[in-house]
Design a protein around this ligand. Structure first.
Ligand SMILES: C[S@@+](CC[C@H](N)C(=O)[O-])C[C@H]1O[C@@H](n2cnc3c(N)ncnc32)[C@H](O)[C@@H]1O
Length: 204
């Protein structure tokens, strides 16, 4: 099964709070986005946003230029439905991030929670980093969260690559200045925990 069919199947079969990565709010993501996106007009893209409430929380904080991209049209539709009229204030993209055609220098903040770690083929990781380098403005910020060194080896039936701050930063290279990293123990809706790593960088 290809990646798109896999994720369509997940979101068709499972409700938004029945997936291991669910949290009512992505607190760490929000805190980091607010730290780097000082202006409410900052353009923010949430890559592989799934059905998370990050977009709701960003709208509630007054952010005016939000894009949510996901490979699953089911997930994007669920977000639109949940948000109702407010969905009109968001740019929605159904695309595979390794192949999509994002406009150059369009975003000030790139956010990804639990997407990059699914790219087990080196060529896909190179394609992803190329997208970031193209689509994020110089001086913009990249926030990426993956499973940490003690995190699970699989998620949603797919193999993942686990990272520490150094190995994740190495994937991105010298044009991304690492500003900070932290680890988080995520409580899944099933009562288990998963170690996540958060890194944030400035594009130089
Ligand atoms: C584990 S979920 C995380 C969802 C959300 N970021 C969160 O933290 O709740 C991974 C998400 O990435 C999306 N995804 C997986 N591979 C992708 C790709 N190549 N391009 C775009 N989205 C992708 C999936 O559809 C899914 O919504």
């Amino acid at each position: 099964m290809d990646a798109q069919n896999h994720w369509e199947k997940i979101y068709t079969e499972k409700g938004p709070i029945a997936v291991s990565w669910y949290r009512p709010h992505l607190e760490t993501s929000l805190e980091l986005i607010e730290r780097v996106a000082v202006n409410r007009s900052s353009s923010i893209i949430d890559v592989g946003g799934g059905e998370s409430t990050l977009v709701d929380d960003l709208l509630a904080r007054g952010y005016e230029d939000i894009t949510v991209l996901d490979i699953s049209s089911t997930a994007i539709e669920a977000n639109r439905k949940r948000l109702g009229d407010a969905a009109e204030r968001v740019h929605w993209l159904v695309a595979d991030i390794t192949e999509s055609d994002l406009p150059p220098s369009r975003y000030e903040v790139w956010h990804d929670r639990a997407v990059f770690h699914f790219l087990t083929a080196p060529g896909d990781r190179v394609a992803y980093v190329r997208q970031v380098a193209r689509a994020v403005k110089n001086g913009g910020y990249v926030i990426v969260s993956t499973f940490g060194p003690e995190g699970p080896t699989k998620c949603s039936g797919l193999e993942v690559v686990r990272y520490d701050a150094e190995s994740l930063h190495q994937e991105f290279g010298v044009h991304f200045r690492l500003l900070g990293s932290s680890k988080e123990l995520h409580q899944t809706p099933f009562g288990t925990t998963q170690q996540f790593l958060y890194c944030y960088c400035r594009v130089e």
